[in-house]
Design a protein around this ligand. Structure first.
Ligand code: SF4
Length: 80
């Protein structure tokens, strides 16, 4: 299980990856088929927690319905 500081660091890296894409004029969002494929992997992962309608990853603390849509985002366990 990641510590709070680990999660904070991962969140910072995610924001940095998105900002880098924006600065370089690159795509920020992935194709819907990519985000759907990522979310399907998460839904089969024991690290996913369902909090009502929100699906949160216990490893990174991210809301997966949002995270899977951004280019440059990565699964902390390397599953996608
Ligand atoms: S991001 Fe990775 S570790 Fe987290 S729920 Fe998805 S597959 Fe599992």
């Amino acid at each position: 299980m990641s510590t709070f500081l680990d999660k904070l660091k991962m969140a910072g890296e995610s924001v940095k990856a998105i900002a880098t894409n924006v600065i370089h004029g690159e795509e920020v969002m992935v194709e819907p088929k990519v985000s759907e494929s990522r979310l399907k992997i998460c839904e089969e992962c024991p690290e996913l927690t369902n909090l009502g309608a929100m699906k949160m990853c216990k490893q990174c603390g991210c809301t997966m319905q949002a995270k899977v849509k951004f280019d440059g985002m990565r699964c902390p366990l390397g599953k996608w």
